[in-house]
Design a protein around this ligand. Structure first.
Ligand SMILES: CC(=O)N[C@H]1[C@@H](OP(=O)(O)O)O[C@H](CO)[C@@H](O)[C@@H]1O
Ligand SMILES: [Mg+2]
Length: 554
């Protein structure tokens, strides 16, 4: 690092001192905390993003959001060149930067890292970092801190992309790095035109029967509501009403996380909505769940990420079986590798349903970075977490194959050509960088229209097994070491045998524990044939966790 660069860094970083006594960790989704604690961390992630851009010679994204957390929190996450999450190799660097006690230590850490990674600070190439934020008021000053971070690296430029959903920023980074136009206008245009294309390809006669054509969306009083309003204007064939579009407090009694965890109606919904198809976004619009308001109660029937995945799988499988029908001499049917990626939190009934369809279902540890990586190994990989974060990934090679079929078959086999066109339209509609509530919603809506299904029909695909999730505060959650996609505890020894003995007492019992990656707790998940049994299993295993790991209450 030359003297000019060093003195700029020392000068600017001294204006962003870290708060005393706070240790930040780069969790499942970057740094997240009360917004008042984050200015220096955000500044420092700005530095990291500039270095990552120099190292990869590609555009990097920085998103300022705390997703479904309360409005007083905020956070920052990094989008890598592919539009996906920051490579896990750089997470320890992010943590040491964020926790450096003063400017001198900070510059020392940077200098060592730059040498180790052989990053050219004064090469030809200038770093480019796209910045986005959600609607949180604290985002304004944090965005400024991020800009200052990028500006502290001499050969780096920041570009403010505005107030965005998290998936929009990831989409823009990916598009830009593929040499495509990456504005919001381009994003809306791609979504609306591929949605239109899917509707045009609907077989004649399919139509949702009944009165519930209208869709009502709970926007969590966040950015997703505003963007859906804009997108709505470009769509024909979708009747959508947006509620909770920013007049109330972000995420307070609203949003996908609230709806999925509490299973009650969000603010702004009530008895008049019984029977109508409803959906909910989270605060930064990367999660989507559907629900139905129940008559005479504030309870909802939840149609979660697992069921969205089942709907997508069914539709894609239908297109693949058309494509792979034998008897066509012009194209050799190709054995498409369609992979379904779940975590242990997926309801067991969803896994059984997907396996019954003959699909390959694989499990990874919890977290988008794990499921996404696995899904990318297939020709078509679908991943969803039960909480509503998920997408469908298409490999580049498979897209080329589809393009080929699409052009070769246009004159000979209409059905196959249509199936290939549908798959290509799905690949453009559904966000290839990360789970996206806006694009996920449009794909669900297009598939329901294609199948002629109501939400009630969709919800009947299978019935969720009763489940219960609990959190246990223990002395040290890191003492829990798991294997087999977090379904088996290997440390402390003896606990898994004790859990197995509990599970054996319950019909259709399934239970696992794992340390959370975002909270200081051990999570317990249990399923069984009745709600009472699921509760019983969860509570007895929570007790075991207490006994083996030491409760913080004792
Ligand atoms: C059971 C559960 O919902 N876990 C969530 C939660 O992770 P934990 O590591 O369980 O705290 O937050 C992650 C980030 O948002 C999300 O990817 C994940 O699904
Ligand atoms: Mg989110």
């Amino acid at each position: 690092m030359n003297d000019k660069q060093r003195s700029i860094l020392l000068d600017i970083s001294s204006r962003f001192s870290p708060p005393q006594g706070v240790k930040l960790s780069y969790g499942t989704s970057g740094f997240r905390a009360d917004a008042s604690l984050l200015e220096s961390a955000v500044y420092r992630v700005g530095l990291l993003a500039a270095l990552r851009s120099l190292k990869t010679r590609a555009v990097i994204g920085l998103m300022i959001t705390a997703s479904h957390n309360e409005i007083s929190d905020n956070g920052i996450k990094v989008a890598d060149p592919s539009g996906g999450m920051l490579t896990q190799d750089w997470e320890p660097f992010a943590e040491s930067l964020a926790n450096a006690p003063d400017s001198y230590t900070l510059v020392e850490i940077l200098d060592d890292f730059v040498k180790k990674e052989k990053i050219a600070l004064d090469g030809e190439w200038a770093a480019e970092v796209f910045l986005g934020r959600d609607t949180r008021p604290s985002g304004v000053s944090l965005l400024e801190a991020a800009k200052q971070g990028v500006a502290s690296i001499v050969k780096a430029n920041a570009k403010d992309m505005g107030v965005l959903t998290t998936p929009q920023l990831h989409w823009m980074v990916r598009a830009r790095n593929k040499g495509l136009e990456a504005s919001e206008h381009n994003y809306f245009d791609q979504l609306s035109s591929s949605f239109r294309c899917l509707l045009e390809l609907i077989p004649q006669g399919s139509r949702i029967v009944g009165t519930n054509d209208k869709l009502i969306v709970d926007g969590a009083d966040g950015i997703g509501a505003e963007k859906l309003e804009s997108l709505k204007g470009l769509l024909n064939g979708l009747c959508v009403e947006v509620r909770n579009s920013g007049n109330g407090v972000l995420n307070e009694g609203v949003g996908a996380d609230y709806v999925q965890k509490e299973k009650v109606v969000p603010r702004g919904f009530g008895p008049a909505d019984v029977g109508i198809r409803c959906a909910s976004f989270d605060g930064d619009a990367d999660r989507l769940v559907y629900f139905l308001v129940q008559p005479n109660s504030n309870k909802i029937e939840l149609v979660d990420g697992d069921k969205i995945m089942a709907l997508f799988a069914l539709f894609l499988e239908e297109q693949l079986s058309i494509l792979n029908k034998s008897g066509d001499v012009t194209v050799r049917p190709n054995q498409t590798r369609l992979g379904i990626v779940q975590t242990a939190y997926a309801n067991g009934a969803s896994t059984s349903y997907l396996k019954q369809l003959g699909l390959e279902v694989v499990f990874t540890p919890t977290g988008v970075k794990h499921v996404h990586e696995k899904a990318a190994e297939y020709d078509i990989g679908i991943y969803f977490e039960a909480n509503g974060h998920g997408t469908v990934l298409f490999s580049e090679a498979y897209l080329c194959y589809l393009e080929d079929i699409n052009s070769n078959l246009s004159l000979t086999s209409t059905e196959k050509q249509k199936a290939a066109s549908r798959l290509l339209a799905v690949s453009k509609l559904i966000n290839q960088a990360v789970g996206d509530a806006l694009s996920g919603l449009l794909l669900v809506e297009a598939i329901l229209q294609h199948l002629g299904w109501s939400i009630q029909r969709w919800n009947e695909l299978y019935h969720d097994l009763p489940s219960r999730q609990l959190k246990v505060k223990v002395l040290d959650r890191a003492a829990v070491v798991t294997a087999n996609a977090e379904t088996v505890v290997v440390k402390p020894s003896g606990i898994q045998e004790a859990i197995n003995a509990e599970i054996a007492k319950y019909h259709k019992g399934r239970c696992f524990i794992r340390p959370s990656g975002t909270e200081d707790v051990v999570r317990v998940y249990a399923e069984a044939s009745t709600q009472e049994a699921a509760d019983g299993l969860a509570y007895s295993v929570a007790k075991l966790a207490d006994q083996f790991l030491g409760s913080t209450n004792s």
